[in-house]
Design a protein around this ligand. Structure first.
Ligand code: OSB
Ligand code: MG
Length: 370
């Protein structure tokens, strides 16, 4: 596969409803898309960075700059026998995993199309029905939260995750647990606590949570290992895991019992597969996290979730939960059993809505190999 050209587009999209986490409220979603062309085939991917460097150190603007200045020049005009080789081209770049994933994952889409196979098969996936959960943003009151939970359970979702932060935790968790004694329930703090909150976090043990996701500092595996040793509920790391070595360190330190794999955060499918294979060998369950993706990122998440070891429901939900209209066709839908049936056609398995992409593009830059 020769990289003939790369088109970067920034779209401005708007969520149906604001999504609030401990690091802020999101309503407008700048979406950075990569279209990579090789021998007349377009491969697509979504750079999953957020508006600002609040989830991790990346942002849409930073990723666009790193792509333009450093990553695109490293691959333009180059040929790759397999998509898994793309990351070797980026070996000299430190960090910027979401930007790197933007290129690598588009090449995976091309490889799958060239081989006439669905992307999930090219990755080595085995599961054809993906288990889905939802992530519910911070709500103003426990009553509001209970309404949302009821809606999602009625839709079939298999796991409810609620965002928490200091002052918006115990009361909210207790309300959900009281109303639904046996559902899979987890919480995500996005680094809202410190080790001074140890007793408070330990008090969550009574709620029989599936996991507490990223309670402490985004870059501190050691602190999580100290916390994990003193509470019964399993910790799940999200922000702290950027590559395989982080996963190995976390597992060896006992910093978590579960890992959330996000394709962008770990630098693309190759790195995600390394983490998945390692966790499988260590009996650490993994699941696919989400970054409020539009359809292209969602399609990649679905493909990744088919790999062995993805045993817990992912944050992969229907397009319609976030978007009035999604940029793929058909849109992602979830069965009443809370699953997504993986697509069977080559590549992403969904058609790209070029009309909508065109309509929502606010910036576009094309790079062509000479
Ligand atoms: O921590 O998992 C997270 C959204 C944006 C940034 C971070 C996170 C999230 C979510 C949403 O929880 C998951 C989704 O895409 O539905
Ligand atoms: Mg998270």
């Amino acid at each position: 596969m020769r990289v003939d050209s790369i088109i970067l587009r920034k779209l401005q999209m708007r969520l149906k409803a604001p999504f609030e986490t401990s690091f802020g409220v999101t309503h407008n979603r700048p979406v950075l898309l990569v279209e990579l062309q090789s021998d007349g085939i377009s491969g697509w991917s979504e750079v999953t960075a957020t508006e600002g460097p609040f989830y991790n150190a990346e942002s849409v603007a930073i990723a666009a700059l790193v792509l333009r200045e450093f990553l695109v020049p490293l691959v333009l005009g180059k040929s790759f026998a397999t998509a898994s080789q793309v990351r070797d081209a980026f070996a000299a770049i430190r960090g910027h995993e979401m930007a790197r994933a933007g290129i690598e994952n588009a090449v995976w889409d091309i490889e799958a199309q060239q081989r006439g196979l669905p992307l999930w098969k090219v990755l080595g996936g085995t599961q054809q029905d993906i288990s889905c959960g939802v992530s519910l943003g911070l709500q103003s009151t426990p009553e509001k939260l209970l309404e949302k939970v009821a809606t999602e359970l009625a839709a079939g979702y298999q796991r409810i995750k609620i965002k928490i932060k200091s002052g918006k935790d115990r009361e909210f968790i207790a309300a959900v647990r009281k109303a639904h004694s046996d559902i899979l329930l987890s919480v995500d703090a996005n680094s809202a606590y410190t080790l001074d909150d140890l007793e408070h976090l330990r008090s969550f043990d009574e709620f029989n949570l599936l996991m507490i996701e990223q309670p402490l500092w985004w870059d501190d595996l050691y602190a999580h290992s100290k916390l994990q040793k003193q509470i019964r509920t399993k910790l799940c790391l999200d922000e702290s895991i950027a590559h395989l070595r982080d996963a190995q360190t976390a597992v060896e330190l006992g910093a978590c019992g579960i890992i959330n794999v996000k394709l962008g955060r770990v630098g693309g499918f190759s790195s995600a597969r390394d983490i998945q294979a390692y966790c499988l060998s260590k009996n650490i369950p993994v699941w696919c996290g989400g970054m409020l993706e539009c359809g292209i990122g969602r399609a990649h998440n679905i493909a990744a979730s088919t790999l062995p070891g993805y045993t817990l429901p992912g944050d992969i939900s229907a397009s319609a939960r976030y978007w009035v209209e999604d940029i793929i066709e058909p849109e992602v839908t979830v069965t009443p059993q809370g699953t997504i049936r993986v697509p069977q056609s080559p590549g992403l398995g969904y058609h790209i809505r070029h009309d909508l992409i065109e309509r929502w593009t606010v910036e576009k830059q094309t790079f062509r190999a000479s």
